[in-house]
Design a protein around this ligand. Structure first.
Ligand code: ADP
Ligand code: ASP
Ligand code: MG
Length: 443
């Protein structure tokens, strides 16, 4: 089987949904289609929850009404009269009546409200397939996708449940929701923003798919962040390790964890452009045939913490005590560098910052800076590849670098800079490592 995932823009309008259907119906294989919410919908649902949390129910209802109008417009463009009146219009009407009812118990229904985007898009897509005369099955992600108390996916359970559902389903094309899942209390939950990529990869792993295809609005993984850098280009092929580093460190095209299930099960992931299906895209697979920098990404919202202590000098067990504090507060560390009397590290979760700093203060003198960014260079930096770190640092002679991490893995060099320097750093690295390298040499 093949897993196809389409993101928000791909299902963002009637015209785009028609393109998605054409792509799928062109493939004569057994497949699972994972859909995101129509673009902008999850943001609106987040806004609705924010209004409700601030006791602004009228504002929430106004957003719901506006969203309903946009869906009425979408279905009027997507469906012929018969499908519109029989299926699509009653469905949208009921869904938005429900959404208005959910606002009565806002706290209880927060995650249920967030789940509606994917529930709506998948139902509309199935109705559209029916209009085209194609038989499909719509299965609810809430019947098989689940997370544990640590918010980690329950891989074995997902596999067992999904396998059983598929065994009872004869349709060649199965449609399901990305993003949404159940938590250990059997409540509706989600895999965090952008989580439909993760759903697709988890589903691919659960059914041992032949390939996972992530269809989006760009022709594959680019060598640098196209939102901040001009003249980026798609990479034809990239390894799981490189892609996982890029996703984790900010390449928005992939949810941070989404490569892991595919990598563990050695299932190739193909990134494709819904609006340019002819373009080759990027194939992520088990390969390490290149050396040097393949791509650059950046992750914001980083906090750098420095712990200084003369007790660290020649002592053992110091780092253990530092790590224990982060473990206690379930806060992962991204980067770490040490000197004889200080250790600097970064985290991206502010939730327990106050408590962490208080406890670290009993170990040493603590300073921290917020609003930092990690620049991640992914590639193959095997030890024989000389001059790579020099080439990287040469590009950034004009940028203050707060931390450098090199050698932790063979596939990553990370640099910590102030967020204000991020865009400049990404552009300087692009110029020095890609544009200049590819310029023809003068005779
Ligand atoms: P979808 O809604 O399909 O999940 P996303 O908006 O989540 O799409 O991801 C696609 C976007 O990711 C692109 O439009 C692009 O702006 C952004 N992006 C950031 N870094 C990269 C990169 N290295 N390569 C390609 N796209 C990137
Ligand atoms: N709809 C969700 C979001 O906007 C999940 C996704 O699109 O991947 O975050
Ligand atoms: Mg996305």
């Amino acid at each position: 089987m093949i897993v196809f995932k389409f993101g928000g823009t791909s299902v963002g309008s009637a015209e785009n949904i028609k393109k998605v259907a054409a792509i799928i119906n062109d493939c004569d294989r057994e497949k699972i289609i994972v859909l995101s919410a129509v673009s902008g919908t999850t943001n609106s649902l987040v806004e609705i929850n924010n209004c409700l949390a601030n006791d602004k129910k009228e504002d929430a209802i106004a957003i719901i009404n506006k969203l309903e109008l946009s869906y009425n417009q979408l279905i009027s463009e997507l469906f012929n009269e018969e499908s519109h009146h029989l299926d699509a219009q009653p469905f949208i009407k009921t869904k938005f009546e429900e959404l208005r009812l959910f606002t009565n118990e806002a706290t209880k229904n927060e995650k249920i409200i967030l789940a509606q985007g994917e529930i709506i898009s998948t139902n509309l897509f199935q109705i559209y397939q029916k209009q085209l005369g194609n038989s499909t099955a719509l299965i609810s992600a809430l019947d098989f996708m689940s997370i544990d108390t640590n918010e980690e996916p329950e891989n074995e359970k997902i596999k067992t449940k999904l396998t059983a559902i598929l065994a009872n389903n004869k349709a060649k094309t199965i449609i399901t929701q990305g993003f949404i899942c159940l938590n250990p209390n059997n409540e509706v939950d989600n895999l965090k923003r952008g989580g439909s990529d993760y759903s697709a990869s988890l589903i691919g792993a659960a059914i041992n798919a032949e390939q996972i295809q992530i269809w989006t609005d760009i022709d594959g993984m680019h060598n640098n962040d196209p939102r901040y850098v001009e003249n980026t280009f798609p990479i034809g092929e990239i390894s799981f390790d490189e892609a996982a580093e890029l996703a984790y460190f900010g390449a928005k095209i992939l949810h941070p964890q989404s490569i892991i299930p595919a990598q563990k099960n050695n299932i190739p992931v193909l990134l494709k452009n819904t609006f340019n299906p002819e373009a080759k895209g990027t194939l992520i697979k088990n390969c390490h045939n290149s050396t040097g920098v393949r791509a650059i990404a950046a992750k914001d919202g980083i906090i750098a913490i420095k712990i200084k202590s003369y007790r660290m000098l020649m002592a053992y067990g110091f780092l253990n005590n530092v790590f224990a504090v982060f473990e206690k507060y379930h806060t992962p560390i991204d980067m770490i560098t040490t000197s004889e009397i200080a250790v600097s590290l970064t985290i991206d979760n502010q939730k327990y910052l106050k408590e962490i700093v208080e406890e670290l203060n009993t170990i040493g003198k603590v300073e921290y800076d917020t609003d930092m960014s990690i620049i991640c260079l992914a590639g193959n930096f095997s030890h024989s590849g000389k001059g790579i770190s020099a080439a990287v640092l040469n590009c950034l002679t004009d940028v203050a670098i707060r931390m450098i991490s090199y050698g932790g893995s063979q596939y990553n060099i990370s640099l910590l800079v102030e967020k204000n320097d991020k865009v400049r750093a990404l552009n300087l690295l692009n110029e020095g490592l890609f544009v200049q390298q590819n310029k023809p040499q003068e005779a």
